[in-house]
Write a protein that binds this ligand. Structure first.
Ligand SMILES: Cc1cc2nc3c(=O)[nH]c(=O)nc-3n(C[C@H](O)[C@H](O)[C@H](O)COP(=O)(O)O)c2cc1C
Length: 229
């Protein structure tokens, strides 16, 4: 089976999405599409290399939004119906807002639009499904209440990407999620995978609900619900 899998810049359900992508890529030809934020966030959570390694060969490409410029030529395959399924998981509220308003100016929103034109069945796994609280996981974070502002910061010294400003913050755009800083700090002042509660915005939940009215799109709660007919 030929599948196109889009990843947007959401931390929520990201690990679960990557785990299923790894499993499915053993049996299927999967073209992976990464939004610019998707690429950044995968790196922050230390998952980019796990995705990168799955690519290789025709229909098994890793397509980065930054290389697809403004017209996203790779999505032409979707408008020609070359894939059996398009999966977007996880899907940010930003990309969902674009999809429900018919906007196609990013790699992933464009992929969904072209899949509609090519009658490619599309699964969308949104991160914002229901109103209220949701638990989500953070990438590496400098915990300032634990940081002792040491003269020589062991965490910064251990970082291969020079991502840590000691006593200030971690530059997540430089962080590759390797966790060396977490192991190096003797005061455990760098957390990784911390769970926090966030609150869903009504506008995002409403947009997700509107996805159900778009032909050819199936909305699922979790990547594990993907079942091919
Ligand atoms: C660490 C991190 C985690 C994020 N997690 C989410 C998330 O779970 N859901 C969401 O809607 N946006 C999340 N964002 C914000 C999106 O990345 C941002 O809105 C981005 O512009 C989305 O672009 P895209 O929809 O093209 O991928 C996160 C950002 C960061 C830095």
């Amino acid at each position: 089976m030929k599948i196109a899998w889009g990843i947007t810049g959401a931390g929520h359900l990201l690990l679960e999405s990557v785990e299923l992508l790894e499993k499915l890529s053993k049996e299927h030809e999967i073209t992976i599409l990464l939004s610019k934020a998707g690429e950044e966030v995968l790196k922050m959570y230390g998952l980019f290399e796990r995705v990168e390694v799955l690519a290789g060969g025709y229909y098994r490409e890793l397509a980065l939004e930054k290389d697809q410029e403004s017209s996203f030529p790779i999505t032409g395959r979707l408008s020609m119906g070359r894939y059996d399924h398009l999966i977007i998981s996880p899907t940010t509220s930003n990309t969902i807002a674009k999809i429900v308003h018919g906007i196609a100016d990013s790699l992933i929103s464009n992929a969904v639009a072209q899949a509609g034109k090519g009658k490619v069945n599309t699964y969308i796994i949104p991160v914002d499904m229901e109103s209220g609280e949701v638990q989500t996981v953070l990438p590496s974070k400098l915990e300032l209440d634990l940081c002792q502002k040491c003269q020589i910061c062991e965490a910064a010294a251990a970082c291969p990407n020079d991502a840590i400003s000691p006593g200030v913050e971690i530059n997540l755009l430089k962080c590759k999620g390797c966790a060396a800083c977490q192991q190096a700090c003797p005061f455990e002042a760098v957390s990784g995978g911390k769970i926090i509660t966030i609150y869903m915005r009504e506008i995002d939940v409403k947009n997700t609900y509107k996805l159900n009215n778009i032909d050819g799109i199936q909305v699922l709660n979790h990547p594990s619900e993907i079942k091919f007919d």
